[in-house]
Design a protein around this ligand. Sequence first.
Ligand code: MN
Length: 744
Amino acid sequence: MRGSVLLPGQQQLNPEMVVWTGGSRRLAMILQGRGITSREEVEQILNPLARPQPDLSGYRPLAAATERIEAALAQGEKIAVYGDYDVDGITATALLVTALGRLGADVIWHIPNRFSEGYGLEARRIQALAREGVGLVVTCDCGISNHAEVELANALGMDVVITDHHTPPPELPPAHSIVNFKLLPPDHPSRDLPGVGVAYVLAKQLLARHGKEDDDLLDLVALGIIADVVPLRGHNRQLYALGLPLLQEARRPGLAALFAVAGINPELVDEDKLAYQIAPRINAAGRLGDGSTAVRLLLSREQEETAALARELDQLNSLRKEMSKKILDEVSPEPGRALVAYNPDWHQGVIGIAAGQICSGNGTPAVLMTRAHQEDSIVGSARSVEGIDIYEILHQCSRFLDKFGGHPAAAGFSLRPQNLEPFVRAVQELLDAITARWTPPPLRADLVVQPWEIDLQLAEELNRLSPCGEGNPRPLLFCQDLAVKSVRAAGTGHILTLGDRWRSFAAGLWNSGAAPQPGGSVGAVFTVSRDMYRGEPSVWATLEAWWPGEARVEIGGKKREYRDARGVSWKRLLRQYPEAEFYREGVQWQDFPGNMRFNLQPAPVLVMLSPPPSAGVLRQILATVDPDLVVLGFAWQQRDFMADFLGALKYLWSQGTGEVALGGLAAALGHNEDTILAALRLLAVSGIVDFTLTRGKLTVEKGRGAKIKAGPEKQKLLAMLQETVSFQKWLQQADIDEIQQIRP
Ligand SMILES: [Mn+2]
């Protein structure tokens, strides 16, 4: 599996990040590790609707487009919506047609045929529209590169309003107006809207001017955002958050029918179901048949019609899957070598998907070619891995190609049959040379977790980062030591039961060759999600990489000796290690020698008198003292946390100010900072205190309440305290070998 793993840096966590994430230290660590450090950015990820959508009404091209469409409405001019055959173009078309229809427009629409017309405006179709009496063409998800075709439309007496999100060429086409947010400044939150998002902004403005609703169109936008793999940041996150509930309520009959044929419970619709189950079914229409089928499905309100259309898309998708499986069966990629293959019988609409599957399965680029449907030429599709720019490679072979386009990860091209042989030779040679010196980039882990942390609560906590995908990846977790309890083959991969002595969870391992042996232990990098198992919600992990337990990735790099002195009295330890740094925390230890986590100094010997509250604090202590010898001397007794905590607050108030550093208070009580915050939140909702946290400094004021309220805050605090108790109990009796696995 993947060679190397990059662990998150050991940076000091800004305590305010924990507050901004609503008390989640883990989310705070992940976001800070990703360079998200301001309150606005955190809010934008976790709570995108806290702020209004960007106001684009002052954007001039939008006003021009609105005016031109309103003129068409006033004159009863025929409008043609010109879309695209992928999900983005299909949803954008359905959206514009609905909005224009709602305004009483005389509107027709067109989805080009992928093979006979190709992507974007096409000359013969423009002529046909002119003959049909169209006066205004409104594009969506295309048009920005169609200079000649727009010119032709103008010559035939039609105006063109372009709405598109593809990168504009240096010279813009002579359209009446061009709404493309890629022309906005680089940091504008609307810049990455997909085609359907751009269409929505225009439709919203038009509808608003006529006092009409646009909210029911947002399901189309949410679907297009996920299917078009645009960054899940900025305005996209807001539109997705608004559209998701409509999808989960299955408001649109066509999508309800599609969820039904796909066996999806609408309430459970999320970004993954949209990307992997819904988008392929809608795309199947354009790949194997006619994209119009999908537009009709999205527009239809008739139950019989939607059921029939949804079945049709489902069948096309099954056919598409069979065809790509057949391609996968027919090729035999060599491990570590890029695959270049041609077969005239493969379907043009499927080679891109198959190339993607080969590429991710084999971990090398893949180039597949077939005979074009319509003309005497060969078409190809290429997919590549991170760090190998397939577009650049095609560029270097462009002397053999008629057309090529794309980006570093995916590209398409066409060539004449007589060039096939020299092209295959050239491209294989180039790819061989490059893949030979290529090493996969390291996986970048967001968070180091211990086996006992991997539970449903973790999955739910991390799920607050949803939607995850482009621009906001699902967090990658690193765990150094997981027991492999069982392994069974499932589909193209394996399902494992992993865990530690006390807990287990299920994990999927897909497309990655060998699985570990049960009975041993592994290190792994994985994502977690919430899953239903036998009707119960549970945590599910998806492994991205694993390695045998004995080949552990070094985190600290330093060899440390550990000595077991659990149960030995502190007086004896003090005599035995007079030069050592002593760690002790918690009110019961106040009068003992030693230091809290913040007052510790580097020293060759560390004696731990009290058990730290979490692996995180233990790591912090080890990192600060950086000892060669660690003496585990802790004795532990359970205390009443609330009594200690209220006592500390009383002491604070008796001193006057009510101000204290969060870290200092946590250390004095021997707890985690997020536990202290959870306790303060509970006391605050109970009216017992009022508190603010600024730059790590707490100000706590006395409130009027006296009784602690039951509710989610109390549950949360109890869960955190339980976690600390479990960890400290574990420290009491675990093998030294296991404790040693917790490194800075
Ligand atoms: Mn698009």
